[in-house]
Structure formats: structure tokens, C-alpha cells
Write a protein that binds this ligand. Structure first.
Ligand code: LLP
Length: 384
């Protein structure tokens, strides 16, 4: 929801830009931190969702750790001031350079995704005379019931170690002097709105924890990943129900004394706090269709083009006058450069401001330089 003050401010700014509501971000972080505290759960923020410096500053200040997926993200987390003891590093293809960088930073844990990666980390840690702390990312074959392109925990996905490879992992761990086993890690997918999926995950986590314990391993960390979805259809539903989410894990996970439960949330923390603000360049009235051509496109927000993802679109310059149906498109030379088809909007004109909502997660960070576009800028609400 934008105030008249916000809209007058936007009117004086060059578009397109991401607008960050830092108060909302703060409230969302507070809600998550308070809910997690009830159960003594630990949250690592998934930087991949958004590594904007203003966002990271707030996430760091609330005390969450950092879940990184590249050497660049590990560096960014540490530059922002995250304690390396709260940095985890996941990813199916960590390069030697990235592993070395993370070893040099003495990060908390590598979430390891294959037997071969265990061998490589052991070797590289050995060369540095270090012990790398690791968790095994297990592919639990649990269906997240989300968009096909963002599901990660099925046998057919490339992520994690499949159950049939776990005996090999155990053999490798037993002979790897430079690895310390901390626990097990899971992440079954993103934008999960059916919380029952997490009950199935908990059942699998419990089974795998017992499996490792039976083989003589002390499972200190149960890392259940992230994935909690947001309501794209109703951006005014700003803060996800963290209480309901954590409650499921508190009820269905069997947590033993001394064990820690870790989460890696991205979208749920930052998704609603930003909108992409754009101006109408042209209106094209066709025979069959009307087009609103915006000055933002798939280069600024790729999700609709990549996943046919829905984002609510609002004309900020008009009231609720006559509505027309428009295809809302960008300026990029691709037919998929479309934010929405047949969207009802007030009759729109050149210069109108448009907001594409719920763009805080996987928005700015997935922007590209295609068509040699200008780098997308960010504008912030007044500080909380
Ligand atoms: N942990 C791991 C290992 C992950 O792969 C991910 C996301 C997360 C945590 C954070 O998930 P979240 O809480 O944000 O759902 N670009 C896609 C989403 C890709 C998610 C990749 N992994 C999108 O725009 O929908």
C-alpha cells in the first residue's frame, strides 16, 4: 500500500527502480525472530533472495546467520559484518576457489551435496591444515507441491545426496581426517504455501537423523532449509505466518537434547518489502489487445518471464476509473517480456506510475544486463 506521500515522491524520481519499505522489512524480521525464539530455532537468511546492502544490514542487526550459495555471497556476508561462525555455504557446484575462500574465512558449515564434494573439501582443508565442518545435504524425495522450476527435493532434482548414496558418504566421512560432521541439511523447494508439506519433511528428517546416529555419528544440527511462501495475490498480507510455520517443526521434528534446528529463509523475510516502480512509456491499442509498455522489463524482474510467476500490478496514478484489460509488457526484445496478460487496470496514459508488487525476493538480485540495460536502482523508505 503506497501513501500519497510515497506516490508524490516517486513522481520526481527517474524510473524504473526498486522501492524498499524498510519499516515493513524490520517488522517482518521482528516477527520471524520472535517466533523462532519461542522454540530456540536458529535462522540463517538465504542471501540469494536479496543481497541489497540495506536489506543485509537489517538482517544482520537482528542476529540471523547467513546462508550463502557462492564465494561472492560468502564474501558479501562477511563484509556486511555477519560473524563467520554464522555463515553456511550450500550449492551443488562449489568450485575449489570458493571452497578455499570459505575455509580461509573459517565459516560455520559447508552443506555438502555429493560424495565427491566431501573428498574435495577434505583434500583442500588438509592442504591448509584445517578441519572443515560439514553437514550432508540429503535429497529426501519429498514433493513440495510448488512450481516445477523451484522444487528441489525430489529424486529427479540435482540437489543433495540421494538416499542410496548415503552409505558411500558415511564411508568417506570415516576416512576423511579433515572433515567434522555436524549434521544433516534439507531444502525441498521454494514458495511453499501448503504447510503440510513440512510435516512430510519432518518425518524424513527424523528417519535420516536416526540413520546417521545408528552409524555412530552425532547429529548436532538439523537444518531444514527454507521455502516458506508469501501471498503474491495479496501483498497487503505483508507478514507471513511464521508462528504456524515454526510450530509444525516444533511438533513434528524429534529434537534430542543438544541438537540445534536451523532454518534458511529467504523469500518469506524479504518478498513483500519491495516493489518495482516503473512508468508507462506508451499505450498501444490493438484490435484484439491493449498494451501498456513500461520502462521496466524482464531485465529488472525476471520471475514472470522465467516461471510465469504472478505479481500484482497496480497503476499508482489513477483512481478506480473505467477499467480496461491490458497486457503489461516491458521494452525488451522478447515476447516473454510480459508482467501480466489481460490485467484489469484503470485506463492508463503515458507517464503513469506502475508498481509491480511483492518483488523483494529474487527480484533485484536476478536482474540482468541483457539489451545493455542500465543497472537497476534502489530507493528506500525513511529509516525505521
Ligand atoms: N536454502 C537453499 C539450499 C536454497 O536453495 C534456497 C532457495 C533457500 C534456502 C531459500 O529458499 P526461500 O526461503 O527463499 O524459498 N528464483 C526462484 C527461487 C529459487 C530458490 C532457490 N533456492 C524464484 O524467483 O521463485
Amino acid at each position: 500500500m503506497f501513501s500519497n506521500k510515497d506516490i508524490s515522491r516517486f513522481a520526481n524520481l527517474e524510473t524504473p527502480f526498486y522501492y524498499y519499505d524498510l519499516n515493513l522489512l524490520q517488522n517482518t524480521l521482528n516477527a520471524c525472530a520472535n517466533a523462532a525464539k519461542l522454540y530456540n530455532f536458529h535462522v540463517h537468511y538465504a542471501l540469494k533472495a536479496n543481497f541489497n546492502p540495506a536489506v543485509l544490514k537489517k538482517v544482520k542487526a537482528i542476529g540471523f546467520g547467513a546462508d550463502c550459495v557462492s564465494g561472492g555471497e560468502v564474501n558479501r556476508a562477511i563484509e556486511t559484518g555477519f560473524n563467520p561462525k554464522q555463515v553456511v555455504f550450500a550449492g551443488v557446484g562449489k568450485s575449489d576457489k570458493e571452497i578455499n575462500l570459505a575455509l580461509d574465512q573459517d565459516i560455520f558449515c559447508f552443506n555438502v551435496e555429493s560424495v565427491q564434494e566431501l573428498e574435495v573439501i577434505n583434500e583442500l582443508a588438509g592442504k591448509k591444515g584445517k578441519i572443515a565442518k560439514i553437514a550432508i545435504r540429503i535429497n529426501p524425495n519429498v514433493d513440495a507441491h510448488t512450481h516445477h522450476n523451484i522444487t528441489t527435493g525430489l529424486d529427479e532434482n540435482k540437489f543433495g545426496v540421494n538416499s542410496w548414496d548415503l552409505p558411500k558418504c558415511v564411508e568417506t566421512l570415516k576416512v576423511s581426517e579433515h572433515l567434522e560432521f555436524l549434521g544433516i541439511h534439507f531444502h525441498i523447494g521454494s514458495q511453499i504455501t501448503n504447510l503440510d508439506v513440512y510435516k512430510n519433511l519432518c518425518v524424513r528428517v527424523n528417519e535420516f537423523a536416526i540413520w546417521f546416529e545408528e552409524r555412530g555419528f552425532n547429529v548436532k544440527i538439523l537444518n531444514v532449509g527454507g521455502g516458506l511462501g508469501i501471498d503474491y495475490h495479496n501483498p497487503e498480507q505483508q507478514i507471513p505466518d511464521f508462528d504456524a510455520y515454526f510450530k509444525i517443526f516444533s511438533e513434528f521434528l524429534e529434537v534430542k537434547a543438544g541438537q540445534e534446528v536451523h532454518f534458511e529463509l529467504g523469500r518469506a523475510l524479504v518478498g513483500q518489502c519491495a516493489s518495482l516502480i516503473s512508468r508507462v512509456l506508451y499505450i498501444k491499442n490493438g484490435k484484439k489487445k491493449n498494451f501498456v509498455v513500461l520502462d521496466a522489463g524482464m531485465t529488472e524482474l525476471m520471475r514472470p518471464a522465467l516461471y510465469q510467476a504472478y505479481h500484482k500490478i497496480e497503476n499508482l496514478s489513477r483512481g478506480n476509473q473505467t477499467t480496461l484489460k491490458y497486457d503489461i509488457v516491458g521494452p525488451i526484445c522478447e515476447s516473454t517480456d510480459c508482467f501480466g496478460k489481460e490485467v484489469e487496470q484503470p485506463e492508463s496514459f503515458r507517464g503513469d506510475l506502475y508498481a509491480i508488487r511483492s518483488a523483494g525476493a529474487y527480484g533485484e538480485v536476478m536482474a540482468s544486463k541483457y539489451n545493455l540495460r542500465d543497472e537497476i536502482r534502489s530507493v528506500y523508505s525513511e529509516e525505521a
